[in-house]
Design a protein around this ligand. Structure first.
Ligand code: ADP
Ligand code: MG
Length: 140
């Protein structure tokens, strides 16, 4: 176990329903510290590059449309084993399969509008953080 940083997004379905405070409480109660945070409107180009790994998937276009449909909150989270810890409290991609008590089980509307994003590896966490934040915006 080590102190890690991971990248998080509170997605448009969460900002739209005014859930950012409740989700942040879940993060903080799980021991994750929000060491950078800003509310942005993602551009189509940003969303396409961010989700580039899914470019060939049938849901890619809809996903980009959804992620640009309203404001998002991008965050850097820090804590013990933060990457796995956040994936655990997020729950499965499909809220119907997410464990009880997870963020997606509590808040997600659908497999697409599933309230949160969290990095899935240390390498992706570093890339995703650098994509949205300057070093000076991260205060650990
Ligand atoms: P996760 O966010 O759990 O890491 P993925 O990386 O597989 O999941 O997918 C990225 C995002 O794409 C998901 O969070 C969700 O918003 C959307 N998505 C994934 N699978 C589907 C699907 N079958 N239909 C529609 N949207 C999907
Ligand atoms: Mg993913």
């Amino acid at each position: 176990m080590a102190i890690e940083r991971t990248f998080s997004i509170l997605k448009p379905d969460a900002t739209k329903r005014n859930l950012t405070g409740r989700i942040n409480t879940c993060l903080e109660e799980a021991g994750l510290r929000i060491i950078a945070q800003k509310r942005i409107q993602m551009s189509t180009a940003q969303a396409e590059q961010f989700y580039g790994v899914h470019r060939e998937r049938g849901f890619f276009h809809e996903l980009v449309t959804f992620m640009t449909s309203g404001p998002v909150v991008v965050q850097v989270l820090e804590g013990e084993d933060a990457i796995a810890a956040y994936r655990n409290i997020m729950g499965a991609t499909n809220p119907a399969q997410a464990a009880a008590g997870t963020i997606r089980a509590q808040f997600a509307e659908s497999i697409e509008a599933n309230s949160v994003h969290g990095s899935d590896s240390a390498e992706n966490a570093a890339t995703e953080i650098a994509y949205f934040f300057a070093g000076t915006e991260i205060v650990g």
